[in-house]
Design a protein around this ligand. Structure first.
Ligand SMILES: Cc1cc2nc3c(=O)[nH]c(=O)nc-3n(C[C@H](O)[C@H](O)[C@H](O)COP(=O)(O)O)c2cc1C
Length: 314
């Protein structure tokens, strides 16, 4: 089984990806957080620092795109091919209201003809390997079936499925039966995404795989950065090893973030991450709140480092 890093907008940017890659194994590819496609005249791909090859040395990344205008996909893909990329992923799963309203992300799923128009144009006008990342639908699971029915004649690289509806956002549980039905109904290279957080959840979810040889790991990696390694080996890391290695990762990441973005942005990013790291350290809600209440980077950093160091001595 291959494990890829799922795109998490605002979190799995190149600083995070690089740092993860320096400290953790088991992940072979990262799909980047989405970038909006544009018409040729408006494009300036040099500004997209997240996917500049110089910022992704030693990483195998698939740039993810979002939008709904076929010609904009062609223009953007051609420009990014100039940076050396050959694989692109289209996000038709984002459930954010402001995205859905514009019939982008998951908002396009009720309109299979719009999805086909983009895939057709990309297949006709470019030479790239194009894939999609979708949910079961915006409001109904039938939407994914209708889309995949229409796309059968096109050479999709893979179809990544997060088997929830857009209206659910991240609530409820993934509909694994529907995911299995998709695998039974269509011959695509399916990639699975959703709620793999440890060996137990992985084994449960895996029992619904017919043909899957690749999974995206998202929030599970944030809760335990060694998740891919542990899934590959089938064993959890010894306690002292995981906390010591986490400390090295954390120091590297905070230093990188601080020098690249400054204390204000670093604090915001780290606070978001600690919602997940809290699970790794079994932090009580009170301790997490205490951390999140810090408004000053230095105070936050001292408290966070204390948690990281103390875990090694328990
Ligand atoms: C904060 C956050 C940001 C996300 N950003 C993206 C994104 O940019 N593109 C995308 O396709 N999916 C995005 N997702 C969805 C994830 O890639 C993934 O499919 C979903 O979280 C389920 O997998 P998980 O349970 O392993 O996290 C995001 C999810 C979260 C929680």
């Amino acid at each position: 089984m291959e494990f890829w890093l799922a795109p998490l907008h605002g979190i799995t940017h190149y600083h995070f990806r690089n740092c993860l890659n320096r400290h953790v194994g088991g992940i072979s590819v990262a799909v980047t957080p989405f970038l909006p496609v544009e018409a040729a005249g408006r494009l300036n791909v040099k500004k997209w620092v997240d996917i500049q090859p110089d910022n992704n040395v030693g990483l195998d990344i698939i740039p993810q795109l979002i939008g709904n205008t076929p010609s904009h996909f062609v223009d953007t893909i051609r420009a990014l091919q100039g940076l050396g990329y050959e694989r692109f992923n289209w996000n038709i799963g984002c459930p954010a209201a402001q995205v859905v309203r514009k019939r982008r992300g998951c908002g396009i799923m009720p309109y299979p003809e719009m999805v086909e128009a983009v895939v057709r144009e990309v297949a006709d006008q470019t030479t790239c390997r194009f894939s999609i990342k979708m949910r079961l639908g915006l409001k109904r699971p039938q939407e994914s079936f209708q889309i995949l029915e229409r796309l059968q004649g096109y050479p999709l690289d893979f179809v990544a499925v997060h088997p929830r509806l857009g209206v659910q956002e991240y609530e409820g549980v993934p509909d694994l039966t529907a995911f299995q039905q998709l695998q039974n109904a269509f011959h695509y290279h399916f990639v699975y995404s959703g709620d793999i957080v440890d060996l137990l959840s992985y084994h449960h979810i895996q029992s619904y795989f017919n043909v899957v040889d690749c999974c995206l790991l998202g929030r599970g990696i944030l809760r335990n950065i060694f998740l891919a390694e542990e899934l590959q080996s089938g064993k959890t890391l010894p306690r002292e090893v995981r906390f010591r290695r986490f400390q090295h990762f954390y120091e590297d990441y905070t230093n990188t973030l601080l020098s690249a973005r400054g204390p204000h942005a670093a604090l915001a990013n780290l606070k978001e991450l600690w919602h997940y790291f809290a699970t790794f350290f079994h932090l009580s809600p009170e301790n997490l709140i205490e951390l999140l209440r810090c408004t000053d980077y230095t105070a936050f950093d001292a408290l966070a480092h204390d948690i990281v160091l103390r875990a090694q001595n328990v």
